[in-house]
Design a protein around this ligand. Structure first.
Ligand code: SME
Length: 151
């Protein structure tokens, strides 16, 4: 499915102009992307220090949609895999992805896009879930990576 990510990018660029707070930027991005395409869940997990102080994890950030898992370890699930690989992961069928973390039994397909900081490290991931099988493909990757570059 071809989605018009360019118009969402333009809308977000205008909305976020001059806004430097990362929570504001993630919150507005989740809202705009979610509304534009009617996804099931759209949101962010941020890389955050573990409470134990030893290492980092993905911690739930601003999102739109149903209640979600709060903690995701490095390399686990689709989100932790995108973080570890430092690249977008497209999952047309979540049941075919070993280790997929089912926050919602309704979710059938998913795409996770890393967000990079100025120094090139992954600072967060943008996670989008659909209730439809095969909702995401390589067609979605450039548009969503461009949107993630706004964060
Ligand atoms: N399914 C994700 C977990 C996050 S929820 O989809 C919101 C994963 O496997 O990492």
């Amino acid at each position: 499915m071809k989605r018009d990510y360019d118009s969402v990018y333009r809308q977000l660029s205008a909305l976020l102009e001059g806004e430097n707070d990362p929570v504001v930027r993630m919150a507005e991005t989740a809202a705009v992307v979610h509304e534009a395409f009617g996804f099931w869940w759209t949101g962010f997990y941020r890389i955050a220090p573990l409470a134990s102080g030893a290492g980092s994890e993905l911690l739930l950030g601003p999102f739109q949609g149903p209640v979600a898992c709060i903690h995701i370890p490095y390399g686990k699930g689709v989100c932790g895999t995108a973080w570890a690989r430092r690249e977008t992961v497209v999952v047309p069928d979540v049941e075919q992805f070993p280790g997929h973390i089912a926050c919602s039994s309704e979710s059938r397909s998913e795409i996770v896009v890393p967000v990079f900081g100025p120094d090139g490290t992954v600072t967060a991931v943008l996670d989008i879930d659909s209730r439809d099988l095969g909702a995401f493909s390589q067609d979605d990757v450039p548009g969503l990576e461009r949107i993630a570059s706004l964060l």
